[in-house]
Design a binder for this molecule. Structure first.
Ligand SMILES: Nc1ncnc2c1ncn2[C@@H]1O[C@H](COP(=O)(O)OP(=O)(O)OP(=O)(O)O)[C@@H](O)[C@H]1O
Ligand SMILES: [Mg+2]
Length: 403
């Protein structure tokens, strides 16, 4: 059979490959903790979350929501309550929020369970006071869920993006939301578990706002690229599904070209390779891998790589972004890891600063942030891009600037 390649949408069912040990680990962690799942874009976070959703384990009843575009605590609560209302197990708790209240209670009880999520959210916004009194609703819904026989498992995807948006609008509101949320997660008697996920670093965002303590109860678990063995099997399986033969040497070349087997990049490269094979009728060889990688991958996966660049302007302040671009531009041109001291020189030059204790500290903080945000990896005081393919893309597009 073999695995079907999806390039972009959430891999589910037979499209989802490997990660058995990771999913097992996630369930075990959730048994005792609320969990923060962190990984860069396109590593397979949402896919992993859907594994929990599609194959729930008793006593958990999972529900999934993506909060990437939400900008206020009220919207968050509307999203949460609407998501729960659409779940047949949890709808009862939601309806009980308006017990005794005529209008909304009656309306909600009689709603078809397949009401469109968007319509439901509009109703909740226009006809209830959730947006205003979100904190009360949040506490009450968790109390109601605690009375059920099952444990709700609320999977909240792209949580750090929402935090970032709310912070931009209203820092005090973010602080209220995060403090409430931390207390609610740890309330005595609560039976609800949370799995929060995201592709930007929550800790560095909250650090600047002095709010890190609001998430220090979460167990953090990183989602890494595939290991080499899984990557080999993934390539084998995907190519088998397309009835294309690939030798072990070709598989190795595919993995080495990307540098670090990010599932999405493997999918994109394999799709490009099988297209080339179909068009030319030629076998996929290590040489073809090299050609297709340099001629096509940078184009096909451009939005993936762009994210690394645009994120600097969005989530780093102007000075940091300038310095980060100088450091990354330099690293992109290097063919071996660069010593920290050299990078410090580049960092200072980017803003024409003199070395001082303050600049050393800011440099260290920036490098740590670039590491946490998955740009670079440090070993023995030397830095290099974490993913070779990202380095090449950076070099092609920005390597000649900011030097
Ligand atoms: N386990 C997997 N099996 C097969 N393909 C995978 C797997 N994990 C990730 N992928 C590939 O990566 C792509 C992105 O997966 P997914 O949406 O789960 O990642 P994500 O980390 O949530 O991405 P984003 O940060 O963009 O939300 C998929 O479309 C697929 O090409
Ligand atoms: Mg995702």
């Amino acid at each position: 059979m073999g695995v079907n390649l999806v390039s972009g949408s959430v891999p589910r069912g037979n499209d989802y490959f490997g990660r058995e040990a990771f999913i097992e680990n996630l369930w075990q962690l959730l048994d005792k903790n609320n969990v923060l799942l962190v990984a860069p874009r396109r590593y397979g976070k949402t896919g992993a979350m859907y594994q929990l959703l599609d194959h729930p384990r008793s006593p958990y009843v999972p529900a999934y929501m993506n909060v990437e575009y939400l900008e206020s605590a009220g919207d968050f609560m509307i999203e949460l309550i609407a998501t729960l209302r659409r779940d047949r197990h949890m709808a009862r708790s939601v309806n009980a929020l308006w017990e005794g209240a005529k209008g909304m209670g009656h309306y909600l009880r009689n709603l078809a369970s397949d009401i469109e999520l968007g319509d439901l959210k509009v109703k909740l916004r226009e006809e209830t006071d959730i947006a205003k009194n979100w904190l009360d609703y949040g506490s009450r819904i968790l109390e109601l869920l605690a009375q059920e026989k099952f444990n709700a498992l609320l999977i909240i995807d792209e949580f750090p993006f929402m935090v970032h948006h709310i912070a931009k609008r209203d820092k005090a509101e973010l602080s209220r939301l995060l403090r409430w949320f931390r207390a609610a997660r740890n309330a005595p008697g609560t039976r609800t578990r949370f799995l929060l996920g995201g592709s930007i670093n929550l800790v560095s965002t909250l650090d600047e706002l002095h709010l890190v303590d609001t998430i220090n109860d979460l167990s953090s678990i990183p989602l890494l690229p595939f290991d080499a063995d899984t990557a080999h099997k993934f390539i084998e399986s995907a190519m088998e599904a397309r009835e294309i033969a690939v030798s072990p040497a070709t598989r190795r070349r595919i993995i080495d070209a990307i540098g670090s087997p990010v599932p999405y990049l493997l999918c994109v490269l394999m799709t490009a390779l099988s297209d080339r094979h179909r068009l030319t009728g030629k076998a996929i060889t290590p040489k073809m891998v090299e050609q297709v990688f340099s001629q096509e991958l940078m184009g096909r996966a451009a939005p993936y790589f762009c994210h690394y660049y645009t994120r600097l302007a969005e989530y780093y302040n102007d000075t940091e972004a300038r310095q980060a671009k100088a450091v990354l531009g330099h690293l992109s041109r290097a063919d071996r890891p660069i010593a920290r001291d050299n990078l410090y020189g580049i960092f200072l030059r980017a803003t024409s600063e003199k070395p001082s204790t303050a600049t050393t500290e800011r440099f260290q903080a920036l490098m740590l942030r670039l590491e946490n945000d998955f740009y670079v990896t440090a070993t023995d005081g030397h830095y290099h891009f974490s993913i070779l393919a990202v380095q090449l893309w950076w070099k092609n597009n920005y390597g000649f600037q900011h030097s």
